[in-house]
Each structure stands twice: as structure tokens, then as C-alpha cells.
Design a protein around this ligand. Sequence first.
Ligand code: TMP
Ligand code: ASP
Length: 236
Amino acid sequence: MEKTVQLYEGKAKKVYATEDPALVIVSYKDDATAFDGTKKGTIRGKGAVNNRMSNFLMKRLAEAGIPTHYVEELNDRETLVKKVQIVPLEVIVRNVSAGSFAKRYGVEEGIVFDEPTFEFSYKNDELHDPLLNTSHALALKLATKEEIGTIKAMALKVNQELKAFFASCGVRLIDFKLEFGRLPDGSIVLADEISPDTCRFWDAKTGEKLDKDRFRRDLGNVEEAYQEMMRRVFGE
Ligand code: TMP
Ligand code: ASP
């Protein structure tokens, strides 16, 4: 399948049309942003890491019964996916306190929760992705009640699967963000990406951060952390 016209350029990916109206090609960039795009940089090799890792995880999740947009990896940076209408919700699951949770509620990072937490942000850069609850999402008609039920159940199942998988790689899955899309028949599938850009990964032994927080917080060894996650996942 060949790219035709560029449909969209986001902060970390470009999306191209193909000859098949039901399929698009996603191309992952090395560009990195944080804090609503106000911090900008490049993480060498990130596009390839995120593309390959996300595809690997989506395939595993599909085997576990979670429908996804994934179709075929075309090369290191490009993947053929089903064209979806993105539900404008960032779906965040947390196993351990970190990031905005720790800041918002005034607690330290690293508190292990008895049960995972679940939250939505409204995917809207101009409004800085504000936190919102189910009744707000329904009032804004961002999704239906049934869709929200499906999304929540799928996100918690993704957490179970990914937590177990990363534990087998010596990595703690602290939290992550998912996005979902609607297919033309109205069904919901997991979309976007699952990568060190969208998850927090802490080394199980040392607690070392192996994700985009190294870029957000200027911790150094950013590229190395992405490559280390590749080794953990693929044994390369
Ligand atoms: P947070 O603690 O900053 O709310 O982030 C929660 C998780 O979501 C974390 O794993 C990083 C991920 N995330 C994104 O994927 N995109 C974003 O724009 C933000 C703010 C967080
Ligand atoms: N991708 C987000 C942005 O640039 C931020 C993040 O991942 O922290 O706004």
C-alpha cells in the first residue's frame, strides 16, 4: 500500500491517505514535545522505537481479544492502520502515583494503588487537555454512554495485559494514556500508539525512568532509555 496525500500532521506523527479509503498510513517522527507543545526537541530514533513497540503491543492486545486499528507494519517508521474517527478523550490508567496525579493531589510519586485509577482528559490542546468525568464527556457529546462503558472496560483489560507483559521484561507499568477510535460501523477500537511517549515505565530493580519523563524533566540519557525499552521488549 502506498501513501497518497498527507491528511494530518500531529506533534509526533503524520497520517497519509492510501488508495483504500478505509486505510491510512501513520508515519512516526523523532520530534518530541511536552507541556502542550511549549517544550520542543528531537529524540533520535524515537519514531522507529514507538512504531515497532506500539505495533508489537497492539498485536499482543488483539490476541487477548482487544480490537485495535493495527493492520500491517510497512517499515521501521510507518504502519498501515484502519482509518478511524478519534474519540476526543485521552484515557489514562494509573497503577502508581506519578506525574499530574501526584501534583494535583499533593502526594509523592511511587504510591502503589490497590486498584488502578481511571480518568479522562478532553483531547483539546487549546484548552490544555482538561480533566473531565463521564457526565462531562456525555454533556459535551464526546462519546455515548455505551461507548464510554466499552472504552473503560477495554482500557482496564489493556492495563492487565500490559502490566503482566512489562513485568516479564523487568519493567513496572506506572501509568499510560490510550486513545480510541470509531470504525465506519460504529465499533470502538484501540488507536493511536502505546510507547515510551504515552506510558511511564520504571525499571523494576532500580526504579530508573525509561520513558518520556527523561525528556520532560531533562533527566538526560533520553535516547538510551528508548533503546533500553526496545531491548526489554524485543530482547535486541
Ligand atoms: P500525566 O501524569 O502527566 O497526566 O500523564 C499520565 C500518562 O499519560 C503518562 O504515562 C504520560 C501520558 N501522557 C500522554 O501520553 N500524553 C500527554 O499529553 C500527557 C500529558 C501524558
Ligand atoms: N505530547 C504532549 C504535548 O506536547 C505532552 C506530553 O506528552 O507530556 O503537549
